[in-house]
Design a binder for this molecule. Structure first.
Ligand code: 4AD
Ligand code: MG
Length: 455
């Protein structure tokens, strides 16, 4: 029976016989014994192994180089060295898979750019191992948050005919070969109409919120936006709750509670991984997370935000005036310089937001909200939805939507319509916030960005 290193290191008592399996991080030999550090990815820490010359398997120890897969059976004893409580005194050692000298992850620092080029091996480094363990914990915390609040988890389709955000940034799905003539005809295509990878599960999520009350989706979404930034990916995961009989304030309350819950969970439940990020990526990380977990967020209307930006001394690349969409430099000014806190900005001009948001009584703004955090900017975008049939129809026409494609969505307003609201949290952006990792490409196992679809 194999024991994960994480559990072996948590042992209360010594043990006469224990087996671990993992990959060699380092090895040092002396005449009488070899000293190996083994990592199996279950935690950041290595198991220190002392293997005396002559034990079964020792004849292969010279092949147990950095990166090789090995198994060790032995006695778990108190470690005389500093740093960790236990070490393994081997009674036998086994070479499972060797790693020749060209193994790229020899013990030295590597740039993120180089590690992206070996995305199949980078989870074997301390930093990326920690990142992907945090990713898994974050996903679990998300499900737990909604489960504790009686939300139903809904699976919305990946392939869809509707463009939720209306930004025209969709990947087309087709079975036709563009080089052949029949590609021009819809009736030859699999779905016999234009179909795409979804940019958001929201519209389908609304159909379930207006039936099951409180729901959430959590799945991959796709955007063909050609923006080569550190916070945009073509394939990313989104969490989208949708709540019935709820307005914009309920929506903002939920969003803020959600972000604080996830940050608290990461602080309490990270098995030492946060220390890696604090050490290698961002010294102030833990302090900042503690601040965010405990202090109420700021709320500010779009109009107030524009006034703040206009009054600031900062030189922005994109000039600010009432009616423009906020750019990431504006978002960062608000959260990092002005408020020094996460900020929820609400009531945006209707012309910069999608068709489904509820028109306010001023006729100029809609019930949109974006939650901005220091270091990243927008991590959540949401809204109270337009629940009035006539107004929604007018919005759709103003946005040039093909009404026939959205009849099902309009019918939600015809039969038992009710105020409802929701939002989308960018899963990778939240993970960047929690880990301090600076580039979205470094928190996704295999990042898809313009020009990059390796593996
Ligand atoms: O603000 P967005 O576009 O909102 C929606 O899609 C709504 N339909 C959500 C809803 O109300 N149910 O996207 C939501 C979030 C953003 O705040 C951002 O965190 C993330 O998704 N996001 C991206 N993350 C990585 N790469 C991209 N290209 C992203 N585009 C949006
Ligand atoms: Mg947005």
């Amino acid at each position: 029976m194999r024991t994960l290193i994480k559990n072996a290191l948590k042992s209360e008592t010594a043990s006469d016989s224990l087996t671990i399996k993992g990959w060699v991080r380092t090895r040092r030999d002396s005449k009488a014994f070899s000293f190996l550090e083994i990592n199996d990815g279950s935690c950041m820490a290595n198991m220190q192994v002392v293997a005396d010359a002559g034990i079964p398997g020792y004849d292969q120890v010279s092949q147990m180089t950095t990166g090789a897969a090995v198994g060790v059976t032995g006695q778990l004893i108190e470690s005389p060295g500093k740093g960790q409580k236990w070490e393994l005194h081997a009674s036998s050692i086994q070479l499972i898979g060797e790693a020749p000298a060209d193994f790229p992850l020899q013990k030295k620092g590597h740039s993120p750019e180089f590690l992206r080029s070996i995305a199949h091996l980078r989870p074997r480094t301390n930093l990326y191992g920690a990142t992907f363990r945090m990713r898994s914990r974050l996903a679990r915390a998300i499900h737990r948050f909604f489960d504790e609040r009686d939300f139903t988890y809904v699976h919305t389709p990946i392939i869809t005919a509707s463009d939720c955000e209306g930004a025209g940034e969709m990947f087309r799905v087709t079975t036709l070969d563009p080089a052949k003539a029949e590609a021009q005809k819809f009736e030859n295509d699999f779905f016999q109409k234009s179909s795409y990878l979804t940019v958001s599960g929201q519209l389908e999520g609304e159909t379930f919120a207006t039936a099951l009350s409180n729901i959430y989706t959590f799945g991959p979404t796709f955007r063909a936006e050609n923006s080569n930034t550190s916070r945009h990916a073509a394939e990313f995961w989104m969490v989208e709750p949708e709540i019935a009989f709820a307005d914009l304030n309920d929506d903002m309350d939920l969003a803020e509670e959600f972000v604080q819950y996830l940050v608290k969970d990461a602080l309490e439940n990270n098995e030492g991984d946060l220390e890696i990020f604090a050490k290698f990526v961002d010294k102030g990380l833990i302090e900042r997370l503690e601040f965010v977990a405990n202090k109420p967020f700021v709320r500010c209307s779009y109009t107030e935000a524009v006034d703040i930006l206009l009054a600031s001394e900062e030189k922005f690349d994109y000039p600010v005036e009432w009616g423009v969409n906020l750019q990431s430099e504006h978002e960062r000014y608000l959260t990092e310089v002005h408020f020094k806190s996460p900020v929820t900005v609400y009531n945006y001009p209707k012309d910069v937001k999608p068709f489904y948001m509820r028109l306010n009584d001023d006729g100029k703004t809609v019930t949109a909200m974006d939650l901005l955090v220091p270091g990243i900017g927008e991590i959540i975008g949401g809204a109270q939805r337009e629940e009035r049939y006539d107004q929604l129809l007018a919005n759709m026409k103003a946005h040039d939507l093909n009404i026939d494609d959205y009849n099902w969505y309009l019918e939600l307003r015809k039969y038992g319509s009710c105020p409802h609201a929701g939002f989308g949290l960018g899963f990778e952006r939240m993970l960047m916030f929690i880990t301090g990792m600076k580039n979205i490409r470094d928190v996704i196992p295999f990042a898809r960005t313009p020009g990059n679809c390796e593996f």
